[in-house]
Design a binder for this molecule. Structure first.
Ligand SMILES: *Cc1c(COP(=O)(O)O)cnc(C)c1O
Length: 233
């Protein structure tokens, strides 16, 4: 099987999974955008994905993302930055990313805004919210729900940034359906103050069904589409 055939087959399975989950809760699958996470995979795979109708790709490391976005510039894809973001890299990320999903602190607002203004177009922003249970445990990235109102106001107050919604990752070792169920009230509270912040990016290869059932508008899927990630470093 060629790489193109392999990706096409995996992609078909993932699209069926998304459609199945959406219809199981009476949602139109059109309302769920597949973001294929291409980290560690070569630009040649990104090209194949574009040929297969993928419109959105995700990357989590600045250097790799910048190089790949430049190499694939003519494909017209939407580039989502989904990784932990250092404030000294944020302006550079805004120079090629169409969406930054991992905004988790106010310190990122000024450099993202500067990068967006230098590029000459507004940048779409999602706030990454932590779903770690209140009793702690091994934390994954994200802002506490308590800090979201202030962060959202800060993003909304900046002309170069567009507050589009939320991003979340299910904590390890917890039923993702339970973790994602914590998103509903957080999202409702955000929408009360920011009615245009309707997007919800949640769900990966292993838990995309639970995320779609919990209302995700974007799922970020890597290995289920591209196979096991090559080990780099
Ligand atoms: C790598 C990554 C994904 C994709 O993970 P898979 O399990 O390969 O689907 C999704 N979201 C984030 C934030 C990631 O870093």
């Amino acid at each position: 099987m060629s790489r193109a055939e392999e990706i096409a087959a995996r992609l078909a399975v993932v699209r069926r999974r998304i459609a199945g989950a959406a219809t199981s809760v009476d949602r139109d699958p059109i309302g769920v955008t597949l973001v294929v996470v291409t980290k560690f995979f070569p630009a040649s795979d990104v090209r194949l994905l574009a040929e297969l109708g993928v419109t959105d790709v995700g990357e989590n490391r600045h250097q790799e993302a910048m190089a790949k976005a430049a190499e694939c510039a003519e494909l017209g894809l939407r580039w989502h930055f989904i990784g932990g973001l250092q404030s000294n890299k944020a302006a550079a990320v805004a120079s090629y990313a169409d969406v930054v999903e991992s905004v988790d602190r106010g310190k990122l607002v000024a450099p993202l805004s500067r990068g967006a203004r230098e590029r000459g177009r507004p940048l779409d922003v999602l706030l990454q919210v932590s779903l770690d249970p209140p009793d702690g445990g091994r934390g994954r990235a994200g802002a506490d729900a308590d800090s979201l109102p202030a962060l959202a106001a800060e993003v909304e107050g900046d002309d170069a940034l567009r507050l589009c919604g939320l991003m979340a990752v299910a904590p390890l070792g917890e039923d993702p359906a339970v973790a994602f169920s914590r998103l509903a009230p957080i999202r409702e509270a955000l929408l009360r103050d920011h009615p245009r912040a309707t997007l919800l990016s949640a769900g990966m290869s292993g838990d995309l069904e639970q995320a779609v059932r919990a209302g995700a508008t974007h799922v970020r899927v890597g290995s289920a589409v591209l196979g096991p990630r090559p080990h780099v470093q």
